[in-house]
Design a binder for this molecule. Sequence first.
Ligand SMILES: C[S@@+](CC[C@H](N)C(=O)[O-])C[C@H]1O[C@@H](n2cnc3c(N)ncnc32)[C@H](O)[C@@H]1O
Length: 352
Amino acid sequence: GTPVAHVLARVQNADTEPRGEILQLYVDPDHWGRSYGRTLLAVGTRALHRSGCDTAELWVLDGNNRAIDLYERAGWQLDGRREVHVVFGIDAPEIAMSTTLTGPDVVRDNRAFWDDQAAWYATKADAAWSRTPRWGIFGIDDADVSIFPDVADLDVVELGCGTGYVSGWALATGARSAVGIDNSPKQLATAQAMAAKHERSLPFVHGDAHRLPFADRSFDVAINEYGAAIWCDPHIWIPEAARVLRPGGLLWFLGNSVQLMLCMAEFWDEPAGTALRRPLRGLGHMTWLDTADSEFHVSHGEMISILTRSGFAVEALHELYAPEGATSDYGFVGAEWGSQWPVEEVWVARRR
Ligand SMILES: C[S@@+](CC[C@H](N)C(=O)[O-])C[C@H]1O[C@@H](n2cnc3c(N)ncnc32)[C@H](O)[C@@H]1O
C-alpha cells in the first residue's frame, strides 16, 4: 500500500529519567477523518510507555486547533510552554502539550477489544457450533490429534468461552452440564444465540476469569481454547481454576505456543519469521503496538511451576503443527511456519 500517515516517537534521557516525545504525527489531508491520527497517536504512546516512559510531551503549531483537539481528546493537556522552533526551515510558534502514560487496564481493555472483534467472530460461530471439534488457527481435526478430553457425565466450565462452541462440543459429547464465562458482553450475545439455535441448555455468565463467580469445587473440567489461556494472567486465573475444580478435576487449555510468541512480529498482519523477536525471559504480560489488548505468555518452565504451585499435576503438553494443506485466516502466522514449529500448545493438568 501507500503510506498515508506516520508517527515518530522518541525517548529522551533514556538512561536517567526517560521522557517520551511524539516528534511527528502527520496524516495525508486526503485521509483525514478516518481516525488514523488517533490510532497512530495511541501506537506512539504505547511504544513510549513500553520503553519505560511515564510521561510524554509534544509540540504543536500554535493555532493548529484540529491537532490540539485530537490531542486533548486523547488526554493530553497544554502545559503553558510556548517556543519558536524552526520547522522545515520556517520559524514556527509552537506550544507544548503533555500527558501521563499509564499501562493497560487488562480486563477493561480486553473487553473493549473483544466487543470490537465480536461481529467477525459471530460470522464464524455457527460453523464452529455445527461441526465436531477442530482446533486453533489451522482448524486441526480432533480426530487426527485426539486431544479433546472425555467429558462424559462431567460438569464443565469454559473460561473465556467467546462464542461458546467448546461448551457446545462438551454437551454434544455427553457432559452432564456446561457453563461458559466471558468478559465480553458482545461475544456472549453470540454464544447465547448459538446455544438457542443449537438447542443446548447452556448458561453463559458475564465475568472475569481472574475472579470466578463460582463456589469452590463446582466443576470436574475447566477448559478453554484461546480464552483465559492467553487473555488472563496465569498467576491468577490458574489458581482460580484450581479453586473451582473438584479434586481429581481436569484443567485443559489451548493457546499460542511459546515458540510462536518469540517469533511473532510486532503488527497483527505481519507473519512470524524465523528470527527470535523478543526474549523468553520476562515474556509474561504482552501488549501490542497496533491494538490495545493484552496477552499473557510464559515459558514452559514457568507454566509448570504455576500449575504445580496451584495444586495441579501436569499430564500432557500437546504441541500442534499446521497439517498438510492448511491455510490461515490470521496474518500473523502462515502454514509454512506452522508446519515446522508448533503454532499452538495444549496444557492438560489434573487437580490433586
Ligand atoms: C478467541 S476467544 C476464545 C473463544 C473461542 N474458543 C475462540 O477461539 O473463538 C477469546 C475470549 O476470551 C475472552 N476473555 C478475555 N479476557 C477475559 C477474562 N478476563 N475473563 C473471561 N473471558 C475473557 C474474550 O472476551 C473472548 O471472547
